[in-house]
Design a protein around this ligand. Structure first.
Ligand code: ZN
Length: 290
């Protein structure tokens, strides 16, 4: 079976109440990059954060983070666009445009969420939503603009799909020639009261896989926002998919405050148990056609 690509979603917008090891600063991201590379990761997905953990939308913070990561590793870099509209489509990609000016810092992958979703959290115990009007918008006009800009910059868009219809829109972008093959698709499962994506269950992943086109080359990977990815990760490892795990999505109290590198070590162990070796960054570049 082909080698397993392990991507690490190191920080997202996670604070440290769930796990003290979430990296925020450029230096912490550089430190994590070394550790996850040594553990077996090939891709790092990161958000720039301020010293107190607040999100940063400043291009210089992305440059500093990318420098710290590239200085210490050859990981494939995948900076976020941010799950927030900060002032229009061009504004959302200005840090990607900035990073692409530096040959050694140019992101190889950038995930675009190929659809819109309600992102209020639901408290199932209290039977109420913690907010009631958070909508994450990604129009087809915006997605097409991102793809065209990334093509100009030489950056590969990743199809980030929260549900079947997101995947159908991503496939349409492939058919339009806006996303090259082999495409890399992140199948986003949602737990912890986030209702916009499939649950992290066997049925949740199977529903995604039933929407994968059979006539297109797509390498797919799985993540789980706000919940334990391992049930779905096992299924992905056995089914020829890849795994995107990290403290950004969930603190893993099951493993008692693990680091990102310790999560990677667990994934490597499970993969080897069923006969799958893990890809180095360069092997992942070959698999993804980068
Ligand atoms: Zn992210």
């Amino acid at each position: 079976m082909k080698k397993l690509i392990i991507e690490v979603r190191v920080n997202e917008y996670a604070m440290r109440d769930g796990n003290v090891h979430v990296p925020w600063t450029a230096d912490e991201l550089g430190h994590d990059a070394v550790a996850i590379l040594e553990a077996g990761a090939a891709v790092i997905h990161f958000h720039a954060r301020q010293d107190d953990g607040a999100p940063s939308f400043v291009s210089e913070d992305y440059v500093a983070a990318a420098r710290a990561i590239r200085h210490r590793s050859d990981l494939i870099m995948s900076p976020t666009l941010g799950q927030i509209n900060v002032g229009g489509s061009q504004e959302r990609i200005k840090h990607i445009v900035e990073l692409a000016q530096y040959p050694d810092l140019k992101p190889e992958l950038v995930a675009i969420d190929t659809g819109s979703a309600n992102i209020d959290r639901y408290d199932a115990v209290a039977k109420k939503f913690l907010s009631v009007n958070k909508v994450y918008e990604n129009s087809h006009e915006t997605l097409m603009l991102f793809c065209k800009e990334f093509s100009r910059l030489g950056v590969r868009p990743v199809i980030s799909a929260w549900n079947g219809p997101f995947l159908r829109s991503g496939t349409a972008l492939m058919e339009m020639g806006l996303i090259p093959e082999p495409a890399y698709a992140l199948l986003v499962h949602c737990e912890g009261g986030l209702l916009g994506g499939h649950p992290a269950t066997t049925n949740g992943l199977s529903a995604f896989l039933s929407h994968l086109p059979t006539d297109r080359r797509i390498e797919w990977t799985v993540c789980c926002k706000h919940g334990n990815l391992f049930p779905v990760a096992m299924q992905a490892i056995l089914s020829g998919g890849h795994v995107s795990i990290g403290l950004g999505d969930y603190g893993y109290p099951e493993l008692d405050q693990p680091t990102n590198a310790e999560l990677v070590t667990e994934v490597v162990r499970l993969a080897r148990l069923v006969g799958r070796e893990v890809a180095t960054p360069d092997e992942a570049r070959t698999i993804l056609g980068l």
